[in-house]
Design a protein around this ligand. Sequence first.
Ligand code: PGA
Length: 248
Amino acid sequence: MSRKLIVGNWKMNGNLASNDALVRELLGGIGQPACDVAVCPPGIYVAQLQSLLAGSPIDLGVQNVSMNENGAYTGDVSAEMLKDYGVRYAIVGHSERRQHQAENDVHVALKAKRALAAGITPIVCVGETLRERESGMTEFIVKRQLSAVIHLNGHCISEIVVAYEPVWAIGTGQTATPEQAQSVHAVLRAQIKAATEKADRVRILYGGSMNAANAAELLSQPDIDGGLIGGASLKSADFLKIIAAARA
Ligand code: PGA
């Protein structure tokens, strides 16, 4: 298995001054990390972050990408445009976008395809709501969400990153137990294995209230290859602790 990957999802937080301060604190403490690291600021700040992160061990990601290539799509930003700014990763299908922007499995699969075509690694988010978990549908939901992406992206599927983010754990402080997370990760790994011989290359991140205190145990699970971190990625000390916990 390749190095673990720790990604900060800043969501709609920050400004020029606070981004600058956060990145300087991170770069001051990160040293030579034993894992890959990326941060995903709001899209408007990619140019700022590109210059702040240049030559550093932290890669640049974004929180969304257009499902269209170019043209009359007011408000959209294409994968090629993001590539111009050195963007390496694009989160696609985050549950907040599925919920508030009505993104569905087909949109998410198209976004992954556009990212891959531009040489950007999509971080494909899947996860069940509390109601779905309580009605025993977790496996069905995450497999359905991932299968749309596999279906459209075929042989490129070994190039993606997957993030399992139970919706009930996002921003709630209610983390999935390591066992709960591992069992879903194993399901996703098996699904990827059925689609590509290179399934072991695909990193499956856990996201949902991962923090400095619980990261090490989650990251020690056999199929948890990293984390997608929201709230705790906005505090440099916490994010650095999570990075330190992510050894191969
Ligand atoms: P959280 O968010 O760490 O604040 O729960 C994770 C995410 O939504 O990616």
